[in-house]
Design a protein. Structure first.
Length: 128
């Protein structure tokens, strides 16, 4: 019983000495002053905007693939010999659901128009 009581303080003392093994080291970085040309070369903004048709088509495709996989699972579980029908129904339902989701997704981004280069802010003109 006494040996069990001594194990915990001994283990705590061993871990405490291991944690105090090395001193804390800090890292310092040198900062170079940048000119306007260097800053303008480093600041780049890229904004990709897909068309609503592409959003709907991609979501419908992914929905059809997911529906096909679910239809395959139903065909394997039912095992009634109508696997073609199960795959077709699953893929069709997935296409419809994916198309609806894509239409909602495309409509939610319809109020955001990409800014062209002509209307963007120029960094060197300092007019923000």
């Amino acid at each position: 019983m006494l040996s069990k009581l001594l194990v915990a303080p001994l283990a705590a003392a061993l871990f405490a000495t291991a944690a105090h093994a090395s001193p804390l080291q800090t890292l310092t970085l040198r900062e170079h002053a940048q000119t306007r040309d260097q800053l303008a070369a480093e600041v780049v903004e890229v904004s990709a905007h897909r068309s609503p048709g592409a959003v709907i088509a991609q979501d419908a495709l992914y929905g059809g693939i997911a529906g096909l996989a679910i239809g395959a699972g139903v065909a394997l579980l039912s095992n009634d010999g109508n696997w073609g029908r199960d795959l077709a129904i699953g893929a069709g339902a997935g296409l419809i659901a994916g198309g609806i989701f894509g239409a909602i997704d495309a409509a939610s981004y319809s109020d955001r128009a990409p800014v062209g280069f002509g209307g963007s802010y120029h960094l060197l003109s300092q007019k923000f």
